[in-house]
Ligand binder design. Structure first.
Ligand SMILES: Nc1ncnc2c1ncn2[C@@H]1O[C@H](COP(=O)(O)OP(=O)(O)O)[C@@H](O)[C@H]1O
Ligand SMILES: [Mg+2]
Length: 378
């Protein structure tokens, strides 16, 4: 028991009330989060939402206007006290999208460079570079020049250079977006493995929700300079707290309807064409128990059934279009005036033109008055 208490995770990075303006643009607006040791933490949001600016403020490449930043227990930025430690004294490692490996230096020299600058002894440099190469599964490639490496290997060299200094935190800004799809997926797993092996926390920036969901311990979803929601990937996906998060993470059908909740957490909804559907569970109903609005439904939360003997609570539809995606089918199903996207397992197949019974298993209710599923995170 006491061992458990002793190994209570440590906070490695604190960002509190961070604000950064460019003229009239508030790029980062009162953003707060903490990153724990050994944590993979992502900032996720569309282009222009303030991810890079937040990262650059943590790195010390950008001077914030307000707030406080701690790295490894050390205050590196505080607007109130006028503290602003320069980037090269913040104990960070960084990798960007355009992984800048130096083309005229070998793999060894690329990784060794910051160690030489830091004045480490020859033998220590050799030891560290070898350790990093082993970790990156790049042993034996130390004499290669960058143009003799694949894109993925070059990206590893950039990562190795950031890791060699044993930083308090790794800052990664869309590091995989220049790689092709297969390699990107492989590097996701690699990055996660390296992170868990070294225990060095990662602050990861991406606009790619799949990437963030796959790799992160926790995700902060950003839009317009603010964090909408911060939580584990499952929470972000299953319990979106704002319409923006619902919409940005994954695919959503918006079904205009009138809703009447039932005691068991489900609901009856009246569709525009007059059909009534029973929905298994409904989230985001705090705003309104009854009334008009929209039900946001993900494609995998809809089932297609044989219309003959279909259970009560299903509605009638017709398959307009079907595409086979390998492990799943994606359908477009017409229900009155609605065209719903539906995803099913590969063993459920209805032909185009087939009549089907549509069952909605789960939805997020957005009341017409507020358009919100819940409170906005600050
Ligand atoms: N150096 C800069 N000068 C002026 N505006 C900037 C600068 N850097 C970023 N911005 C603005 O700040 C906002 C956030 O940008 P950024 O942090 O790069 O977003 P993201 O990385 O999420 O795409 C955008 O509106 C962008 O145009
Ligand atoms: Mg960016």
């Amino acid at each position: 028991m006491s061992d458990m208490a002793a190994s209570k995770p440590q906070v490695k990075v604190v960002v509190a009330g961070l604000t950064k303006r460019f003229g009239d643009v508030v790029a980062v607006n009162n953003v707060s989060f903490e990153i724990m040791e050994n944590e993979f933490f992502s900032l996720l949001g569309p282009s222009g939402c303030g991810k890079t600016t937040t990262l650059r403020c943590v790195a010390g490449l950008e001077s914030a206007d307000e707030g406080r930043i701690e790295i490894g227990g050390r205050l590196v930025y505080a607007s109130a006290q006028g503290i602003n430690v320069p980037a090269n004294h913040r104990s960070i490692g960084m990798v960007f999208q355009n992984y800048a490996v130096w083309p005229h230096m070998s793999v060894f020299d690329n990784i060794a460079y910051p160690l030489k600058v830091a004045g480490l002894r020859q033998q220590e440099i050799r030891n560290r570079v070898e350790r990093v190469l082993a970790m990156l599964a790049m042993e034996g490639l130390e004499d290669r020049m960058p143009n003799q490496l694949s894109g993925g290997q070059q990206q590893r060299v950039a990562l190795g250079r950031a890791l060699a200094m044993n930083p308090q935190v790794l800052l990664l800004d869309e590091p995989l977006s220049n790689l092709d799809a297969k390699l990107r997926e492989m590097m996701r797993v690699e990055l996660k493995r390296i992170q868990k092996e070294t225990g060095i926390p990662i602050l990861y920036v991406t606009h790619d929700q799949t990437e963030a969901l796959a790799m992160s311990d926790r995700i902060a979803v950003m839009s317009g300079g603010v964090i909408h929601q911060l939580g584990r990937p499952e929470e972000i996906y299953n319990q979106p707290r704002t319409p923006f998060v619902l919409d940005f993470i994954g695919v959503v059908n918006y079904i205009p309807c009138r809703i009447a909740l039932s005691a068991d957490g489900g609901a009856r909804i009246l569709l525009p064409d007059g059909q009534e559907a029973v929905v298994g569970t409904v989230a985001g109903t705090a705003a309104a128990a009854h009334g008009a609005g929209q039900l946001g439904v993900r494609p995998e939360d809809i089932d297609l059934l044989d219309p003959v003997g279909a259970p009560a609570g299903t509605v009638k539809g017709e398959v307009e279009f079907r595409s086979f995606l390998g492990s799943t089918y994606e359908y477009r199903v017409r229900v009155g005036e609605l065209a719903l996207r539906v995803q099913t397992g590969k063993n459920v197949h209805f032909r185009e033109g087939a009549r089907v019974a549509v069952r909605i298993n789960h939805g997020h209710f957005l009341a017409a008055e507020t358009g919100a599923t819940g409170q906005r995170a600050s």
